[in-house]
Design a binder for this molecule. Structure first.
Ligand code: FQP
Ligand code: MG
Length: 218
């Protein structure tokens, strides 16, 4: 059972920026503001990896970035940390196969966006049956950002899901940049999600704008 308007979710997925403080070249708040000014349409707070903030510091940064999203009217999602999402009344969460069960998350965050990472058709069908609002599929290209990433799979699963006539909103993830973004969308994804392509850019604004342009040209 889908709770959020599917077309709205597809629009949100166009340029989906994911970030935490360890990913940033400069101040995370500045990075996010620039990314949204450049064209980012959705944000996921993913505070993970070496030197990730925890406890009060993590909560404070999340609240600060949520405020940026509120002011710029884009949804603020939280990766993994359901407690934090509930505490902040986030617009949604993203969960992987090892994270909390979708049914439990739905109970704790009714009416909010729930995205699920999937790597196989079986995982995709299970997530759709359980009412996921979108699927994160990848890694499409090699990525250095996620140490425990699954094997690189290109756009094969995205194409398979679309060939099966499934219309759930899909975002590609993993090693995506302006140069390769168009092929992700032409394979059937509704948008692309990136970390490094924006967070490590000299100009996050310009990087987001280039991604947006690549998507719109497709
Ligand atoms: N965080 C993510 N966001 C997306 C999104 F669809 F939003 F692009 N897709 C996939 C992931 C990966 O999620 P997961 O497999 O739980 O690993 P981690 O918690 O380390 O990110
Ligand atoms: Mg996760």
């Amino acid at each position: 059972m889908q709770l959020i308007n599917k077309e709205q979710v597809k629009d949100w997925l166009s340029v989906y920026f994911i970030m935490g403080s360890p990913n940033c070249r400069k101040d995370p708040k500045e990075t996010l503001e620039e990314a949204i000014e450049g064209g980012a349409t959705l944000f996921q707070f993913r505070e993970k990896g070496a030197n990730a903030l925890t406890g009060e510091k993590k909560w404070m940064l999340a609240a600060e970035l949520q405020d940026v999203c509120r002011r710029q009217a884009i949804p603020f999602l939280v990766n993994d940390d359901i407690e934090l999402a509930v505490k902040l009344e986030a617009d949604g969460v993203h969960i992987g196969q090892e994270d909390a069960a979708l049914s439990d998350v739905r109970k704790r965050l009714p009416g909010r966006i729930i995205g699920v990472s999937v790597h196989t058709m079986e995982e995709a069908i299970k997530a759709i049956d359980e009412g996921a609002d979108y699927l994160g599929i990848g890694p499409v290209f090699p990525t250095a950002t996620k140490a425990d990433a699954q094997p690189v799979q290109g756009t094969k699963l995205i194409e398979e899901i679309r060939s099966a006539g499934l219309s759930i909103p899909i975002v590609g993830i993993g090693g995506i940049q302006a140069e390769n973004a168009a092929q992700v969308v032409s394979s059937g994804a509704d948008g692309v999600s990136v970390i490094t392509a924006i967070s490590q850019a000299a100009s996050p604004r310009e990087a987001a704008a280039q991604l947006k342009k690549a998507i719109l040209e497709n």
